[in-house]
Design a protein around this ligand. Structure first.
Ligand SMILES: O=C(O)C(=O)C[C@]1(C(=O)O)C=C[C@@H](O)C=C1
Length: 177
């Protein structure tokens, strides 16, 4: 088959129900990553470090427990997936903070920066169960033919993240293994 047939074949091999599940997961990942800009602003103002291993561990323990209660999820995949989302968000935070360090006086404070504990973490916590449910839907189809290709292709439009794709690649790492 020529390139066009090949495309048609690849496209049709992904069932609509499969696409829907993957798109749902990618959308939620994008929503979570979009919070990172506001996290960075609040950390610029407070001076807190981007990396908070204690908070990460708290989330990982909580997602492992939620996944366990839900059933049907590989605990290693869930942990790996959430660690990937933290790491991808930290790329965004670090990129922004290093840009600001170069362009904004250190004493400057954003007047629209949210409060991490009061405004931001509740948003992330609200996304967590939705991400777990979406991951549970996707887990059984991850090894299906064409799914990796569909995920990486669709992620280009659904996960905006950054210009060079490093954020997206980091966010997808565990799904593509
Ligand atoms: O809550 C924070 O402090 C964040 O920066 C967000 C987040 C996350 O993605 O959940 C990312 C990095 C930190 O190590 C901990 C958590």
């Amino acid at each position: 088959p020529g390139p066009v047939d090949q495309l048609a074949f690849n496209d049709s091999v992904i069932a609509p129900s499969t696409r829907k599940k993957i798109n749902n997961l990618l959308n939620l990942m994008d929503q979570r990553l979009n919070v990172a800009q506001r996290v960075a602003k609040s950390k610029w103002n407070s001076g807190a470090s981007v990396n908070d291993p204690k908070r990460e561990l708290q989330i990982l323990d909580s997602v492992a427990a939620q996944a366990d209660a839900l059933g049907g999820l590989n605990p290693a995949l869930v942990r790996h997936f959430f660690q990937d989302q933290f790491d991808a968000g930290k790329i965004i935070q670090n990129d922004l903070l290093s840009e600001w360090r170069k362009s904004i006086p250190t004493e400057y404070k954003f007047d629209d920066a949210p409060d991490l504990a009061r405004d931001i973490r509740p948003i992330l916590d609200k996304l967590t169960p939705a991400l777990i449910a979406a991951l549970r839907d996707v887990q059984p189809i991850l090894a299906d033919p064409g799914v990796h290709g569909y995920v990486s292709q669709t992620a280009i439009t659904l996960i905006r993240g950054d210009v060079n794709g490093a954020v997206r690649r980091q966010a997808l790492r565990g799904l593509m293994e």
